[in-house]
Design a protein around this ligand. Structure first.
Ligand code: ACO
Length: 383
């Protein structure tokens, strides 16, 4: 009888946790120390002080913006946004008629935009041509997301705010009001802090697709799918659902105990890499506390109780708040609706994805690991 011989044993931990599968100069996450860097800069320092466009330029080009290059890069983004608004109007209308889901709409409109523009496989492009596609697609994201949100509410996209940056414009599209400086600074800090994060699941997805030589839009669509999962980018609205469910401070502990006893995860807690606090969560917490209020007080009590109960339930694991818990509070303070939390995360992360797509496409080796077959042996055909 013919059998399939089991191939090599699995030589990687579950989920590839901690396995180094590539080299990157885009960003580094040092989980034991709670450090995150973009290129040669601290991501948290950038989030606290840099312009959104400057952080974008640094991540994607690898160059620190100078007085001369900053203006050229900003003009390039602005031109791409204007072109995109015209190119996607019909697609946004069509997709909005089919679904109110902004994430699904973004994936569809990216694909349509790529087809309309004739965006070609990375394999066929020079490095300069890939950079053009990367910037055009990343610049399209806030325009598409804002337009999808407005159309699902029966509104037309608003004309760009004059004299205000990309983040203020995004807030204007989504909330319908001109943001105050505090909200603009808070959202800018959030967006920069989540622009990139090493080899997370969605970035790895983008890189696997890029390694096949596919076009950049296909890489983004794949990455976006990975981001929607509640274990990755889909957690922040669920973190607020948790706060809503407890309602008052007295109900926090019984509610969390019930969730853990039922085997459910607390959204906004734990991280695949950080074994100390998530530096982005710390930043978001500082920002949320600056504004304060009853909701923040409830969140602080929730965090303290959850960390205590998680430590008891999972001894030896360091389960703290991750960025999504406090980012949800910050986005709520900025007036963003809950259903726009993950699309807003996607808007920022698109920039990291494109930086990784560019880096990956410089290496012609396809990413193609193997799995150990554990199914039944091949059937012997009757003679
Ligand atoms: N609530 C309850 N238990 C948890 C939580 C949580 N939030 N996080 C981890 N655990 C448990 C795991 O189930 C595991 O238990 P087990 O050993 O009995 O199976 C144990 O703690 C250890 O888990 P880790 O190995 O530390 O976590 P992992 O790397 O597998 O997953 C993840 C990381 C997906 C972020 C996880 O912590 C989680 O599901 N958190 C909730 C969802 C969330 O907040 N996602 C956003 C992540 S941040 C981002 O993507 C930007």
């Amino acid at each position: 009888m013919s059998t399939t011989t089991p191939s090599a044993a699995i030589d990687a931990p579950r989920g590839l946790a901690g396995v180094i599968v590539a080299e990157t100069a885009v960003s580094d996450v040092r989980g034991a120390e709670g450090l995150l860097q973009y290129r040669d800069r601290s991501a948290i320092e950038l989030a606290e002080a840099a312009d959104f466009e400057d952080a974008w330029q640094l991540l994607v080009t690898g160059e620190d913006p100078t007085d001369a290059s900053r203006g050229a890069f900003a003009r390039r983004i602005q031109a791409a946004r204007t072109r995109c608004a015209d190119d996607v109007a019909a697609a946004v209308d069509a997709v909005s008629a089919a679904t109110p889901e902004v994430m699904a709409g973004l994936a569809a409109v990216w694909s349509l935009l790529a087809a309309r523009r004739g965006i070609r496989p990375l394999y066929d492009l020079t490095a300069d041509e890939r950079l053009i596609d990367a910037i055009e697609l990343a610049a399209s994201t806030p325009v598409i997301v804002g337009a999808l949100w407005r159309r699902r509410n029966g509104q037309q996209p608003l004309p760009p705010l004059s004299g205000r940056g990309l983040v203020a414009d995004y807030l204007h599209q989504v909330t319908g009001t001109v943001a105050d400086a505090e909200s603009e600074a808070a959202l800018t800090a959030y967006l920069i802090s989540v622009m990139d994060h090493g080899f997370n699941a969605s970035t790895f997805t983008a890189r696997v697709i890029a390694s096949t030589g596919a076009d950049a839009a296909s890489c983004l669509v794949g990455a976006l799918g990975a981001l929607t999962g509640p274990l990755h980018g889909g957690a922040p609205s669920r973190a607020l659902d948790g706060l809503d469910a407890v309602g008052t401070a007295e109900r926090i502990e019984p509610w969390i105990r019930g969730e853990l006893a039922a085997g459910r995860r607390l959204m906004g807690f734990g991280h695949a890499v950080y074994r100390t606090s998530d530096p982005r969560a710390e930043l978001m917490k500082r920002i949320a506390k600056r504004r304060g209020g009853a909701r923040v007080e409830l969140a602080l009590r929730f965090e303290e109780t959850a960390e205590r109960l998680l430590a008891a339930a999972k001894p030896g694991r360091a389960l703290h708040t991750n960025v999504e818990f406090w980012a949800a509070l910050v986005m709520e303070q900025c007036g963003l609706p809950r259903s726009m939390f993950t699309p807003t995360f996607a808007f920022a992360r698109t920039i990291g994805w494109t930086a990784h797509i560019l880096e990956q496409s410089a290496d012609p080796k396809i990413i193609r690991p193997s799995a150990r077959y554990v199914g039944p042996p091949v059937r012997v055909r009757a003679a």
